[in-house]
Design a protein. Structure first.
Length: 288
């Protein structure tokens, strides 16, 4: 994450604004400039160039109750969008702007004076009856700032590879947009520095410094080869019992020593002297 300092942002702003002499309107923009508000609004905000009066009404009936109220009229003109709010001196002036927009539209469309506009009332006047309030900053923006920048600036002036190079981003809108990103990134770094208990400058350097290259993993020693013997149950009897005679010599006679009359469990124990015959062989059900 690259963070711009306040000085570098200000310097960049001065240089870029001085280099930007204004956008050259395309033929399409020139046509929209002479169109009514509804046509311009649908083209620039919704990318729709073919619509009828009824569809315009339904699109902006936000709560689907069949009428436009004051809030929906204000939304059509984007009165409370951040771009519009920035053009108001304070909250009082902004509320006056919102009231002016809603009152003007209701006076033109609300024929029965109930404070709402029905579909029939709007169709009777038509989309051409919608006034324009561009002069007071009610330009109909609907989306968040990032989407509005892409829709109204990036898409119009930076839509080709040639206009997406770093030297092409010289418009005041570009500078303001990047400055906002820099401010957001600065706030993130400040929160990170506070959390880690370091200075902001240290946090910035941590982001700017490339991560240390990882050392190649050390070669691990080869695993020892394990040779597994044949399990007892699979051994040849000659091999399995070759030492049983020697081992049996260590066994005490039946009824003596520590083993006493303990029932034998292993082949060696079954070799004890004087062991009863019944213990010498294991009987299975098939033996009977």
């Amino acid at each position: 994450m690259k963070v711009l300092t306040a000085l570098s942002v200000h310097t960049l702003f001065v240089l870029l604004v001085s280099a930007h002499g204004g956008h050259e309107d395309s033929e399409e923009i020139a046509k929209l400039a002479n169109a009514g508000y509804a046509i311009r609004h649908m083209a620039t905000e919704h990318h729709i160039d073919s619509f009828d009066t009824e569809s315009f009404f339904q699109l902006h009936d936000l709560n689907r109750d069949g009428v436009w109220d004051r809030e929906e009229i204000e939304a059509i003109y984007g009165v409370h969008h951040v771009y519009s709010q920035k053009k108001s001196k304070d909250d009082i002036e902004h509320q006056r702007k919102a009231d002016h927009v809603a009152d003007t539209v209701l006076k033109l469309l609300d024929k029965d004076g109930d404070g709402k506009v029905t579909s029939e009332e709007f169709v009777a006047v038509g989309t051409s009856g919608l006034p324009s309030f561009d002069d007071i900053g009610a330009e109909g923006h609907h989306y968040d700032v990032e989407s509005e920048f892409f829709l109204h600036h990036e898409e119009q002036y930076h839509s080709t590879p040639e206009t997406q190079s770093d030297p092409s981003y010289i418009h005041p809108e570009d500078v303001e947009h990047f400055a906002q990103h820099a401010a957001i990134e600065r706030e993130e770094v400040e929160r990170e520095a506070k959390f880690q208990g370091i200075t902001v400058e240290e946090a910035i350097r941590a982001h700017e410094e490339p991560p240390a290259a990882r050392a190649p993993p050390a070669e691990s020693a080869p695993m020892p080869k394990i040779t597994r013997g044949v399990p007892p149950e699979k051994q040849d009897p000659v091999v399995k019992y070759k030492d049983i005679g020697k081992e049996s010599n260590s066994q005490s006679e039946w009824g003596t020593g520590e083993q006493g009359y303990k029932q034998p469990n292993t082949p060696v124990e079954k070799m004890r002297k004087n062991l009863p015959y019944k213990y010498k062989f294991r009987r299975n059900w098939g033996d009977f």
